[in-house]
Design a protein around this ligand. Structure first.
Ligand SMILES: [Zn+2]
Length: 103
């Protein structure tokens, strides 16, 4: 299990979510990338694990309208396209952070 990030900031001007895992590890996750990686049941087929969300249907200027914690294990993000069922667990955010870091 990944530990909870130390800090999370919405950087509207840069179009990304900044996740501070530790003072040495600060990762920026672009809104569009995050929205396209939404792990909820309406974006991913629960049985097959196949992503059903088409990235091209996500607006380029997508942004979070609300970011909050779900318990102490996940981040809940509401989006400007009206989608608000996505829960990003720390493990999942950690995985997405690694993908961004590998670029
Ligand atoms: Zn979703």
């Amino acid at each position: 299990m990944a530990d909870a990030p130390q800090n999370i900031r919405v950087l509207s001007g840069e179009g990304c979510l900044e996740v501070t895992w530790s003072p040495e590890r600060v990762v920026k996750l672009p809104f569009h990338f995050l929205r396209c990686q939404c792990p909820c049941a309406s974006c991913v087929d629960e049985l097959t694990g196949v992503r059903t969300l088409q990235p091209e249907t996500v607006p380029e200027d997508i942004k979070p309208t609300g970011v909050g914690f779900s318990g102490n294990y996940a981040l809940k993000i509401g989006w400007s396209d009206g989608h608000h069922t996505g829960l990003f667990t720390w493990d999942y955010l950690d995985k997405l952070s690694q993908e961004q870091e590998d670029r």
